[in-house]
Each structure stands twice: as structure tokens, then as C-alpha cells.
Design a protein around this ligand. Structure first.
Ligand code: FAD
Length: 503
């Protein structure tokens, strides 16, 4: 397929030059706001409203001043989804109250800055767990809805949008609106997954799932390659509550895609004789040390192996340990320990380096089920050939959902972490450009929460043309001057006119 140039250029020296470190303080009244992967960021004024009225006031000021505005939750998107090198940032995280929780139905009514952590800590002692969580507990509900996040159970329960019942928004012109599947359904389905381009979500009403224990049954299944991993997952989607595969992207030939699957299931009533105890917050506590090391310092050890030979060895060792884990059979883990593995090691991203220009990008590719095995095999093979092997690979099974620009499909994804350095930046972007063409040739898609590289041609190729123009029409209707912008929007949907104050 002829796609032309599918990528954007790497954020280059200009963006890096703006990177502010302690010795280089931001301008007065400005903050350095970065993507979670640290590879991109910008200096901005940051507004932290505490109510929907204050959100509307920030919008009014932006309209008047002509400074464009990016919406931001907890800043857990890896790339440039909530940064804005041409204007201000509205950070929703101060709106963080759980307004009500119905213990009969498990429906939570929350301000949009409530995090997934706040939500499960509120719901768990009442016998409920969020239906959809990401691999980290720190995203806000606003950011989670803005990206329409998925969990390790996407194939079974859909994305977080499927669990959301209603949202309040402040539109760019200052209008307050409540939308759901009946009231302005087109806006509900576009704003969820609309990456903050249509208005600010200020309240989220969301369903949670009844649970009968604070623990979950888990089994580790070691697999010799990608085909075996996908066969296992496909054979268990009907019965498992969660399925996720870790894969060693250094494996080649017969070993390509070797790894470890985690298969988990909720406990039925009565299966946990100590449910009262396990449903306490104390039982969800993540350990303070890992193999004797204080967990806050573990990233320093990871840093020592954060290069190709080290990561090859680490992945190999993990694969061997997976074989031992399989021998354990089923074991029990708290919900927090199972779901938020990545939060075990605080600041693990620092292992990728903290100097300007260093960091990581995550590149999550979605392929339809028919072409997934062939496409992933090609993608992993090509990155190895080009000398940019992903240090971490995570496989998930997905299902379609009704949201306008959704990333989810009846297929699979692999999320891959690539180290970024000032030296490898150009060649890494050239590699992802090549991989992007493979993804598009196989009918695949990308996910904006994990993206830092794709350009407008890719966006046009990956979405249905009608859906894309419906989204653009809604953006034009609600935000004709494009007051709401992020670096992601300009990179992947550009060119964008400079937002200016009315004459
Ligand atoms: C370690 C780690 C693991 C992760 N695992 C997963 C995973 O398993 N599954 C998954 O799907 N994602 C995962 N993610 C990605 C993360 O869940 C998403 O990027 C999520 O959107 C982050 O939420 P946030 O609150 O940090 O929002 P931000 O990253 O700050 O913003 C996300 C988007 O929401 C928009 N937005 C922010 N506030 C509002 C608002 N008030 N109204 C409307 N739009 C708004 C922003 O403009 C932006 O486009 C992971 C991230 C990390 C760092």
C-alpha cells in the first residue's frame, strides 16, 4: 500500500533545547510539562481548576488571550498527548473527589481528576473493583476516558468507555453539558477516546464490578514462541477473566515471541474464606522492597542493564524464570499486585536515563486477528535487523467497541518500549516509520496514549474515512478556532492553524 511518509519527524534539538532541568529553571509562571516517557516535553503555563466553573473560566481566558490549551490528567500518556509547546495546559487532577458510590449497584460518580487508584481504594472495601484498569493505577478518569484505555481483560469487557455511563463536559465555548448513550450520543462516543480535543470532561459516572475477594487466582504459562502464546490466549478467552502475555523481543527464529502468559480469574462467592480481610486496603499493599532492595532504588539497578546486551540477558532470564513460575501452578495475588505490576518499581522509567534527550517511547500496534501473527512476526524481525529491539513486549487480545476513534479491534496488540537517546533518535524514528508501514499493510492501527511517532498520513490510513471526517466535523463545530490543541493533535492531525484571540 502506498502511504507516503507515515511518520512525523522526531522531536529534535529544538524541543530538547527547551528541556528544563533544575539548573535551568522554567520561565517565571511556567512549568516544564513532559510526557511520561520523558522523551518529549515543553514549558507551559499550567492551570489547575478545582471546579467545572473554574474550567470554564480557564477556557474563557484562553479564548480571550488567544493562547491554545492542552488538557492534561496525570500525564501518564507516554508521548505528547498532554503537552503543548505552543500554549497553556489545563491540569484536571485537583478535581479529585468521589462524589457518591452506590453500594447496591457499584456505580461511582466522580470528579474527572479522580485516579484509578482513588477509585479502587474507594470501591474495594465495599466489595467492588473497577471494570477496566491500566497497567498503572495513576491515570485520572478524565485521561482514561480521553484515551479510552483498556486493560488485560479488553477481549472480555471492552474498553473503559464501555463501563462509563455518563460524563459532564465543559465545551470550548464555555457551555456545560451532560452526555451519555441517549443524550448527545455522537458526542459521548467521540469524546471518549477523543484525546481531549472536543471539551473538558469534568465528571464521570462509571460502573464497577462486584468481587467476592480481595484476591484473584493467577497462573503463569511459559510459551516457546508467539504462535503458541496466541493459541493459548485464543483457547481461553471464553473462560479467563484476564489474559496478558509478556514476550522477549530478542528471541529469534523458533524462539521469536517466547514468553510468559498470565491467566487470571475472579473468585466466586465462598472461595475465599478470608474475604473480609482480603477486601481491606491493607491487604492490597504493594511490597516496600524487591529481592531485599528498597523498591524506590530498584531503577538504579535496572539502569545498569539498560543497554542491548543487558536487556537481552534480562529478557532471557525472565523467560527462564517463567518456566519455574509455571511449575507453581495456580496462586493467589491481591488485585493491586496483579493489575499494577509496573507500579511495583517506582520510577522504573529512570532506568532509561534522565539526561535531556533520553527516555523511552512506547509503540503499541494493533492488528486484526487474521493478520496478527504474520504482522507481529515481521515487526519483531525488522526491529531486530535494524538494531532497535524493544526492551519490553506485552501482548493483549482486544475486541471492537462503539467509540468513534477507538484503537480497539477484533484483534491483538503488542506494546513495545524503545529506549531513546539523542544519538539513536533519528534512526529509531526511521525504524518506527518502517514498522508503521508494515502495520498499515496488515490493516492495523495505533493508540494515541502510547504513540509518539505517527503522522497525518498514518491517521488517514488507519481510520475509516467517514469516522475521521465525523470527528473533524465535531471538532470544527465545537471548537472552530482550535483552542484545544496538544503536540499530538498538531503532529498527527496537522497542519493546524495557530489559535488567535478574536479581533
Ligand atoms: C506504566 C504505564 C502503564 C500503562 N498501561 C496501560 C494499559 O494497560 N492500558 C492502557 O490503555 N493504557 C495504559 N497506559 C496509558 C495510560 O493509561 C493513558 O495514557 C491514560 O490516558 C493516562 O491518563 P492520564 O490521567 O495520565 O492522562 P494524560 O496522559 O494526562 O492525558 C491523556 C489524554 O486525555 C486528555 N485529557 C486529559 N484531561 C482531560 C479532560 N479533563 N477532558 C478530556 N480529555 C482530557 C489529554 O488531552 C490526553 O489526550 C499506561 C501508562 C503507563 C505510564
Amino acid at each position: 500500500m502506498e502511504t507516503g511518509s507515515t511518520s512525523s519527524r522526531p522531536p529534535g534539538s529544538e524541543a530538547l533545547a527547551r528541556r528544563v532541568r533544575s539548573e535551568e529553571r522554567p520561565r517565571r509562571g511556567f512549568e516544564y510539562v513532559e510526557g511520561w516517557g520523558m522523551a518529549m516535553g515543553a514549558e507551559s503555563r499550567v492551570w489547575r481548576p478545582e471546579s467545572a466553573d473554574e474550567v470554564a473560566e480557564v477556557f474563557r481566558r484562553s479564548r480571550q488571550s488567544g493562547r491554545c490549551l492542552a488538557l492534561r490528567g496525570a500525564g501518564r500518556s507516554y508521548g505528547d498527548a498532554s503537552i503543548n509547546d505552543r500554549g497553556d495546559v489545563l491540569d484536571i487532577s485537583a478535581m479529585n473527589r468521589v462524589l457518591s458510590f452506590d453500594e447496591a449497584t457499584g456505580i461511582a460518580d466522580c470528579e474527572a481528576g479522580v485516579t484509578i487508584r482513588d477509585l479502587w481504594r474507594h470501591s474495594l472495601p465495599r466489595g467492588y473493583w473497577p471494570k477496566v484498569v491500566s497497567g498503572t493505577m495513576f491515570p485520572t478518569l478524565a485521561g482514561a476516558a480521553g484515551m479510552n484505555i483498556h486493560g488485560k481483560n479488553n477481549y472480555k469487557v471492552g474498553t473503559i468507555g464501555d463501563a462509563i455511563l455518563e460524563i459532564d463536559m465543559v465545551l470550548p465555548d464555555g457551555t456545560f453539558i451532560t452526555v451519555d448513550r441517549e443524550r448527545r450520543p455522537e458526542l459521548f462516543h467521540a469524546a471518549i477516546g477523543g484525546f481531549g480535543m472536543l471539551g473538558a470532561i469534568t465528571r464521570v459516572k462509571i460502573g464497577t464490578k462486584k468481587i467476592h475477594s480481595g484476591e484473584i487466582d493467577v497462573a503463569g504459562i511459559s510459551v516457546p514462541n508467539l504462535g503458541a502464546m496466541m493459541d493459548y490466549v485464543d483457547a481461553h478467552t471464553g473462560t479467563a477473566d484476564y489474559l496478558v502475555g509478556w514476550l522477549d523481543c530478542f528471541g529469534r527464529g523458533e524462539d521469536l515471541g517466547r514468553g510468559l502468559i498470565h491467566h487470571a480469574r475472579y473468585l466466586e462467592p465462598g472461595e475465599d474464606p478470608e474475604a473480609e480481610r482480603t477486601l481491606t486496603l491493607a491487604h492490597q499493599h504493594l511490597p516496600g522492597s524487591i529481592m531485599g532492595f528498597p523498591k524506590g532504588e530498584v531503577w538504579r539497578i535496572l539502569k545498569l542493564v539498560s543497554h542491548d546486551p543487558g536487556m537481552r540477558l534480562l529478557n532471557f532470564t525472565k523467560h527462564q524464570m517463567g518456566k519455574l513460575e509455571q511449575r507453581k501452578g495456580w496462586y493467589r495475588q491481591s488485585h493491586a499486585a496483579f493489575n499494577f505490576l509496573l507500579d511495583f518499581v517506582p520510577n522504573w522509567k529512570f532506568a532509561y536515563g534522565r539526561k535531556p534527550g533520553h527516555g523511552l517511547i512506547q509503540y503499541q500496534v494493533f492488528l486484526p486477528k487474521e493478520s496478527a501473527l504474520a504482522g507481529f512476526t515481521e515487526i519483531i524481525g525488522r526491529q531486530q535487523k535494524r538494531g532497535h529491539t524493544s526492551y519490553l513486549g506485552v501482548l493483549k487480545r482486544h475486541r471492537p467497541d462503539p467509540f468513534l476513534l477507538t484503537h480497539a479491534m477484533d484483534g491483538w496488540s503488542i506494546a513495545m518500549d524503545f529506549a531513546v537517546t539523542p544519538k539513536n533518535r533519528e534512526s529509531l524514528w526511521a525504524t518506527t516509520d518502517e514498522l508503521t508501514r508494515v502495520v498499515l499493510d496488515h490493516g492495523g492501527r495505533f493508540y494515541f496514549a502510547k504513540d509518539a511517532v505517527i503522522g497525518p498520513k498514518t491517521v488517514e490510513a488507519m481510520f475509516d474515512a467517514e469516522k475521521l471526517s465525523a470527528f473533524r466535523a465535531l471538532k470544527f463545530q465545537l471548537d472552530p478556532g482550535e483552542m484545544l490543541q496538544t503536540n499530538l493533535w498538531r503532529r498527527a492531525f496537522g497542519p493546524v492553524e495557530t489559535f488567535t484571540a478574536p479581533a
